[in-house]
Write a protein that binds this ligand. Structure first.
Ligand code: NAP
Length: 494
């Protein structure tokens, strides 16, 4: 089925270095498949180390002029980019749906979410205040100014092809940094369209460079940036093993790092919770993007007194979900990204059932729709020995277990190396205070399943990484403080 866009030029087939839409130096290309049909519908350059080098050369050359631009001018460019993203939300949504698989309404929602970060950082750009420090000795003036860190390398995953890259590019540009970026192999088209609109908004040549690469070449491209001393910041969203590799390899050039890594979020339902609200919150958090979100509840822990009543509500909601390709306007759940993702979900379900879990809904692939579709699934009697309790399933599987008391629930919730998001539902205000302190996570949803916002600091602790995206803290990740100490001012002067 052809991809019809109101602006056909937003379907790009080259990557972008130093203001030029170009081929890879080696001339290689790779195909982009629609995960619903597994058919190639576009292709992009397959970059190698030479393209990565050209990108960083361009970003380095463009840095002095971009950081010297008044913050208000950078802010205006970002504001224009935001306007263009909103104006072309339908086209961008179509690109996301086609290359990533999520239903169109959800894809357009992602564009709005991505744009909200651009709007936010357009406003933050002009508020990068420094400090005047009361001097402890006479005759000195002590101040701290904030400066852009320099060239930034941004590496992003496929699950939110617009939002993950927008919330790196926007604060970096706002801070006065220039960028080299690599989107995921599966979803480069949305990123390229975003860059085309950034160019249209007035981002100068060299300031934002995006290279596309197949999985086979990803490490070769990123290695160039890891080793280059001119790249002063690495911002990565993706899996924990790759994040750990990048942290190790960037140590020789001591880059500033933001690592937004994997999660294994607990979702706790207490005996005093509003069960309908909890079931609705879980549906929003768990089944959005077919369960392929880093903040997805991966372990659902329900108090034994309300377990059956909650599971009944959950099964009713899950069974009513409609699965289908993005071309089906009624579809609420699309395909998974590729066969590796389906195999992981199948493996997790098989392992859980073999160890005693019971399937209450779904449980199988949906080959009639395509090889990448999987039924929305509810499992009960899940326990900590099962693979799906230990690693994120990244698919539409709600894995439920029961607990007897709060202490057990908290202990089980924290029994993971990860610490990205956690959720709990209760009406007890004292319990809210206790759990807010006790749960080991960077973000906590309290009687709320949809926690992401450009106004909030998004990020994890423990093996989920460090650094925050969004909020006033998001700009700090792309700036450093420079302390200025001026002496010889004479007595009484500071
Ligand atoms: P991934 O395999 O770690 O890939 C992420 C990015 O890193 C892709 O661009 C990938 O390129 C690249 N990459 C892979 N191996 C690399 C290497 N050796 N050197 C340099 N770059 C490399 O993760 P994913 O499967 O795409 O995404 C899912 C993961 O992201 C999940 O764990 C999820 O929880 C996490 N995530 C976290 C957040 C958060 O904010 N904490 C948000 C969204 C997703 P290729 O595509 O070519 O492999």
């Amino acid at each position: 089925m052809p991809l019809t866009l109101q602006r056909p030029d937003l379907l790009l087939s080259s990557h972008y270095i130093d203001g030029h839409w170009c081929e890879a130096v080696g001339g290689s290309r790779y195909d982009i498949e629609d995960p619903a049909r597994e058919q190639a519908f576009a292709s992009v350059p397959d970059a190698d180390a030479r393209d990565a080098q050209a990108a960083v050369d361009a970003a380095h050359a463009a840095l002095p002029a971009w950081r010297a631009l008044p913050a208000r001018d950078r802010s205006r460019i970002l504001a224009r980019w935001n306007t263009l993203l909103l104006e072309h939300r339908q086209d961008l949504g179509r690109l996301i749906s086609r290359e990533q698989g999520k239903p169109l309404a959800e894809a357009v929602g992602e564009v709005l979410y991505a744009a909200s970060y651009v709007e936010w950082f357009a406003a933050e750009a002009v508020r990068a205040y420094g400090e005047v420090i009361p001097a402890p000795v006479d005759g000195r003036r002590m101040t701290a100014v904030r400066e852009p860190v320099g060239v930034v390398a941004a590496i992003t995953p496929w699950n939110f092809p617009a939002a993950m890259i927008a919330r790196k590019i926007a604060p970096a540009l706002a801070a006065g940094c220039t960028l080299v970026a690599k989107p995921a192999e599966d979803t480069p088209l949305t990123a390229l369209a975003l860059v085309a609109l950034a160019e249209e908004a007035g981002v100068p040549a060299g300031v934002l460079n995006l290279v596309t690469a197949s999985r086979a070449n990803a490490a070769a491209v990123v290695d160039v940036w890891l080793r280059d001393m001119r790249v002063r910041k690495l911002t990565f969203t993706g899996s924990t093993p790759v994040g750990q590799h990048l942290a190790r390899e960037s140590a020789t050039t001591l880059k500033k790092l933001s690592l937004e890594l994997g999660g294994n979020a607990p979702f706790l339902v207490f005996e005093d919770a509003d069960l309908d609200a909890a079931a609705d919150g879980l549906m929003a958090a768990k089944f959005r993007n077919a369960g392929q979100t880093c903040v997805c509840p991966n372990r659902i822990l329900v108090h034994e007194a309300v377990h059956d009543a909650f599971v009944e509500r959950l099964v009713a909601r899950v069974s009513a979900l409609r699965v289908g390709p993005a071309s089906d306007p009624q579809a609420q759940l699309g395909p998974l990204i590729n066969r590796r993702a389906v195999e992981k979900v199948e493996r997790h379900v098989r392992d859980a059932v073999a160890k005693g879990a019971r399937i209450m809904a779904g449980g199988s692939p949906l080959p009639a729709l395509g090889a990448n579709f999987f039924q929305p699934t509810v499992l009960v009697d899940v326990d900590g020995r099962m693979e799906l309790s230990c690693e994120e399933t990244f698919g539409p599987v709600a894995a439920v277990s029961r607990f007897a008391d709060e202490a057990q629930a908290v202990a089980e919730a924290n029994a993971t190396p990860y610490g990205l998001a956690a959720y709990f539902y209760t009406r007890d205000v004292r319990r809210i205070a206790r759990l807010s302190a006790a749960l080991e996570a960077g973000m906590i949803g309290i009687n709320e399943g949809a926690i992401s916002s450009e106004a909030a600091p998004f990020g994890g602790i423990k093996a989920s990484g460090y650094g925050r995206e969004g909020s006033r803290h998001g700009l700090d990740e792309y700036m450093h403080s420079k302390y200025l100490c001026q002496g010889e001012l004479g007595p009484g002067q500071d």
